[in-house]
Write a protein that binds this ligand. Structure first.
Ligand SMILES: C[S@@+](CC[C@H](N)C(=O)[O-])C[C@H]1O[C@@H](n2cnc3c(N)ncnc32)[C@H](O)[C@@H]1O
Length: 225
């Protein structure tokens, strides 16, 4: 099992690695298997419903709630932390969802396992802000992400970005001025007072920030047709 993730066996293995095996209907962790589905994920879901991707699904509140609420969409969540994958899978299993799959994979690798125009939308909820100037190159939302979306996202598809971090929000607004083929269709510094509040599905980080009385920044970006 560990061979899926590390080159050498480790002295201490995260116990959640083994536990992922108990959720085979919800977690896929073998890279080769994921790559084989490239361009044919509809065969995995056994329907033609649109596929939405979430990068950094965390402990899965958003993806499990979305899968339960919107049955005619399929959701693929990618996440690197083993414990969070297991927690997310438990939430999907409890709801007996057939339209959600979690992949143990990095957001930077989406071209390896998603085919041309295969996704209809992308959710990025509270990604790490990488605050320090030197670390910014690690941010999920940057030119490279749009280069990948040029390939894997349908025209007219949308990117939905939520963050508590005002700096990240402002930087993405600025970045979008230089990104060709995409346009901002909605943005707000206070999602929960906006007209998108009603349809919003909250995440675990979002619930935590709201409890602290913080406001949620939100941007919706469309791939032009
Ligand atoms: C701040 S948490 C937010 C979790 C969840 N989206 C939420 O809103 O509650 C960021 C998540 O992204 C995951 N993550 C960080 N870098 C990633 C990457 N390169 N690929 C996939 N997931 C990543 C982390 O493990 C973590 O669970």
């Amino acid at each position: 099992m560990w061979q899926n993730f590390f080159e050498k066996e480790k002295k201490f293995l995260n116990p959640y690695i083994e536990r992922m095996k108990n959720y085979k209907d919800y977690i896929m962790y073998e890279k080769e298997k994921m790559n084989l589905y490239k361009g044919s994920w509809k065969e995995y879901f056994k329907n033609d419903n649109p596929i939405y991707l979430e990068i950094g699904s965390g402990a899965g509140n958003f993806i499990a709630r979305s899968g339960e609420k919107v049955k005619d969409k399929n959701f693929i969540g990618i996440e690197i932390k083993f414990k969070r994958l297991v927690l997310a899978a438990q939430k999907c299993k409890k709801r007996n969802l057939k339209n959600v799959l979690l992949l143990r994979r990095r957001g930077e690798e989406i071209l390896e396992f998603l085919g041309k125009s295969e996704i209809s939308g992308l959710y990025i909820n509270f990604p790490d802000p990488w605050e320090k100037e030197k670390q910014r190159k690690n941010r999920m939302i940057q030119q490279g992400l749009f280069d990948n979306l040029d390939v894997i996202m349908k025209k007219g598809g949308k990117i939905f970005f939520k963050t508590d971090h005002k700096g990240y929000y402002m930087d993405v607004l600025e970045l979008m001025k230089d990104i060709k083929g995409y346009k901002i269709v909605f943005n707000t510094e206070d999602l929960h007072s906006s007209d998108r509040a009603k349809e919003n599905v909250s995440t675990e980080f979002e619930d935590m920030f709201l409890k602290k009385g913080m406001k949620i920044n939100y941007i919706e970006i469309e791939k032009e047709v």
